[in-house]
Design a protein around this ligand. Structure first.
Ligand code: GLC
Length: 423
């Protein structure tokens, strides 16, 4: 699988969970699935969804200020409510809400106008469609999926209805999205209720790529996607291959008025630096209110993260995953020509920063954002045995409010010592 270069170069994307769940501020789809409220009460939110202040150009400007390179909108979540004028079901913002229109098209156009790549989130499962709960998977890995919105009772299976769901709704709506909006990325979710054979994931992948060969597919295709999608926690061990961490600013994905634990810009900068230092992208989520307003607390965080990225642009763009563990106590990045090393320091260095196991000579050391040159010297080591000393870098006078990045120009492509110290 070859990955589209724009995706791995992007580093930051914005995920937008927008849907009727923002009307009452309840959990997206899960609130009726889990029985917190009845499906009728959940669906009454259709009547309150106006999108009256929807200005996707403002979203796009904000996402640009955040320095994001792509944005992903929930075209359809597990609740089955499409945000575009689908012909496949009667459940959409166009047909069933006062908004009365397609919201995906204006999103895609606005993002493209600002130079962002367009991603669409699409739930494989549809907890509203009568044909969806028609077959059971070969094994139920997650007992909680045995729910009337997802599964027929054992013995009540109807493969013909499943075929109809796959053909009319699943494939049908994916086709609509591909044709109408030409997404650069299809961000799937909700595959866990069937197995990959039942979904015919292999064929789905082939079909999408036949229609639009450049589409990036996220990993939630049971083995047939392009990249891994860890959720809510930075991986401890660096994943192999391309990957993207999806992460919330508050605790919830969709807008919930009580969701007040907004991560600070400092926390978000950390997660971002850890993610890109391991070679991943961060897909940071926001949940607009029903009228389309992005909560101001989220907008502030996005702008703050963008400020950090601009100050430290050289470390973020045109770089790849940094050093393996043991060399620097924090994330790091390496320039594509492998001649510049960027060390991210979360806490302002007070005395010095140390770098271990570097074989290269260091030509110069400076701080991103301020350009301050830092003195350094090499301490210890056993050169005749090839054991490099420690590069000890003086502390900067001015540090970044969130995370200071120190750039080291090397005398050639980076070479690391990974030995035990015995030469
Ligand atoms: C989970 C949830 C969902 C959310 C998604 C984002 O899979 O089902 O509500 O959209 O995570 O990654």
């Amino acid at each position: 699988m070859t990955m589209q270069p724009w995706f791995t170069e992007a580093k930051l994307g914005i995920l937008v969970h927008w849907g009727i769940y923002a009307v009452d501020g309840v959990a997206e789809s899960w609130s009726f699935f889990g029985g917190d409220l009845t499906r009728d009460a959940y669906m009454r939110q259709l009547d309150g969804f106006t999108a009256s202040g929807y200005r996707p150009d403002d979203w796009a400007l904000l996402f640009r200020r955040a320095e994001a390179k792509y944005a992903v909108l929930t075209a359809k979540h597990h609740d089955g409510v499409a945000l575009w004028d689908t012909r496949r079901t009667d459940l959409s913002t166009a047909a069933s809400t006062p908004a009365g229109r397609d919201l995906v098209g204006p999103f895609a156009d606005a993002m493209r106008r600002q130079g962002l790549h367009v991603g669409l989130y699409f739930s494989h499962c549809d907890w509203s469609h009568p044909d969806y709960p028609s077959i059971r998977p070969s094994s139920l890995h997650r007992p909680w999926v045995d729910n009337r919105y997802a599964m027929p009772a054992p013995g009540d299976e109807d493969p013909a209805r499943w075929e109809r769901y796959l053909e009319q709704v699943h494939r049908g709506q994916i086709h609509e999205l591909l044709h109408a909006y030409r997404p650069d990325l299809l961000w799937f979710d909700g595959a866990w209720e069937r197995d990959e054979r039942q979904w015919r994931m292999k064929e789905l992948r082939e079909e999408i790529l036949r229609l639009r060969p450049d589409t990036v597919l996220n990993g939630r295709m049971l083995g047939y996607g392009d990249y891994a999608t860890p959720e809510l926690g930075v991986p401890i061990v660096r994943p192999e291959g391309p990957w993207e961490l999806c992460y919330t600013i508050g605790d919830a994905w969709g807008y919930q008025p009580g969701d007040a634990h907004h991560k600070s810009v400092r926390e978000l900068v950390r997660v971002f630096a850890e993610t890109i230092g391991h070679g991943g992208n961060l897909l940071l989520n926001t949940g607009p209110m029903e009228d389309g307003t992005i909560p101001p607390e989220h907008a502030d965080r996005l702008a703050g993260l963008g400020g950090w990225i601009r100050r430290n642009r050289d470390a973020v763009h045109g770089t790849m995953a940094g050093l393996p563990y043991g060399h620097h106590y924090g994330p790091s990045l390496i320039s594509e020509d492998r001649r510049t090393l960027f060390l991210v320091c979360f806490d302002a260095p007070r005395f010095f920063t140390e770098l271990r196991g570097l074989r290269n000579a260091v030509l110069s050391v400076s701080v991103l954002g301020t350009g301050e040159e830092l003195g350094h010297r090499v301490v210890g080591g056993f050169p005749s045995r090839g054991v490099p000393g420690v590069v000890r870098i003086n502390a900067p006078v001015l540090c970044d409010p969130y995370a200071t990045v120190i750039a080291l120009e090397l005398d050639g492509e980076i070479e690391l010592y990974r030995g035990s110290g015995e030469g």
